[in-house]
Design a protein around this ligand. Sequence first.
Ligand SMILES: Cc1cc2nc3c(=O)[nH]c(=O)nc-3n(C[C@H](O)[C@H](O)[C@H](O)COP(=O)(O)O)c2cc1C
Ligand SMILES: Nc1ncnc2c1ncn2[C@@H]1O[C@H](COP(=O)(O)OP(=O)(O)OP(=O)(O)O)[C@@H](O)[C@H]1O
Length: 322
Amino acid sequence: MQVICNTEDFQITEKTAVTLGKFDGIHKGHQRLLNALLEKKKQGLKTVVFTFFVPPIPGREDVRQLTPNDEKKKFLEAYGIDYLIEYPFTEKVRHTAPKDFIREILFKKLCAAFVAAGPDFCFGYERKGNVALLEKMSSLCGYEFEVFDKVSYKGEPISSSRIRACISEGQMEDACEMLDRPFSLSGTVIHGKAIGHTIGFATMNLVWPEDKLLVPIGVYLSKVKIGGNTYQAITNVGHRPTVEKDAAKSDLLLEAHLLQYSQMAYGEEIEVSLFHYERPEVRFSGLDALKEQLKKDTLACVTYFEERGNDGKKEGFIEEKA
Ligand SMILES: Cc1cc2nc3c(=O)[nH]c(=O)nc-3n(C[C@H](O)[C@H](O)[C@H](O)COP(=O)(O)O)c2cc1C
Ligand SMILES: Nc1ncnc2c1ncn2[C@@H]1O[C@H](COP(=O)(O)OP(=O)(O)OP(=O)(O)O)[C@@H](O)[C@H]1O
């Protein structure tokens, strides 16, 4: 996939199938549009996702995303998208009239032969451009335009904001349904305080990135992918008040204890999928009390995945082999 990031200086010369929007999360609704593009790819068009460049701004809570830029890129590449345009969101671009946006960007720069959008898609100055305008200008600019119905879940349209709200309330199962995959965090395993293994609960630790949407502090029933294998895990996202003197000031860490894994993993890449919010993080009287709770969390994890299974199937501890 070619990523054209934060520049207006490009020109696609092949005919393209384009969809436009923010695509945070790349949820089931977004996937409906992407699938329409992939159909056109079979007919020889190149596939283009057009979005605006949102730079990561450390400390700005409102710019935390379901899928930060790098994650989005990996996902779209794996999906079969040929071009990701992260267009600069300058004052000039913000003031572009909708008709000019269609002429200058869709028609001239992107060489669009097919455009897909949801019914509420808006663009251009003051978001005054809409699907009616895209339809109206389609014959003039020589593209086919198709509006796709919203994909719904529990009777309401799926949207990135709805999924963000769900996750912020720990409703991981609903988020999973709407995303079509569990909400997950990927990263490189870092060293902790090496206390975990002394109580039989070694953990793989990740720093929570500043541009990734936060989940509620607490313990999650989860799965961890490492080296091509997937393991069930109990995962704490928090500040470890039982062992940290000044927990409020300590880093926010994700710590995953894999139920059947005992090798060193420092420096390895892992993906932690959070399936279920189990309980809040608690300040225990000491390590013994913490250990007793972790045994209960382990049981809850085994039971959860036994009851739910994967795709309706019962499963063991190790689900996939590379
Ligand atoms: C599933 C799980 C649940 C946890 N729950 C709590 C908790 O409720 N309160 C707490 O202070 N720490 C909790 N922790 C964090 C532990 O205190 C921490 O993992 C342990 O001290 C080992 O830290 P280390 O990685 O630095 O060795 C939890 C960790 C895991 C893996
Ligand atoms: N549930 C859905 N079904 C089909 N298409 C959708 C759905 N949600 C969004 N789209 C379409 O996907 C494109 C990108 O949407 P975008 O990411 O900008 O909005 P969104 O998912 O509704 O998120 P937000 O909550 O931030 O508005 C748009 O064309 C939009 O209409």
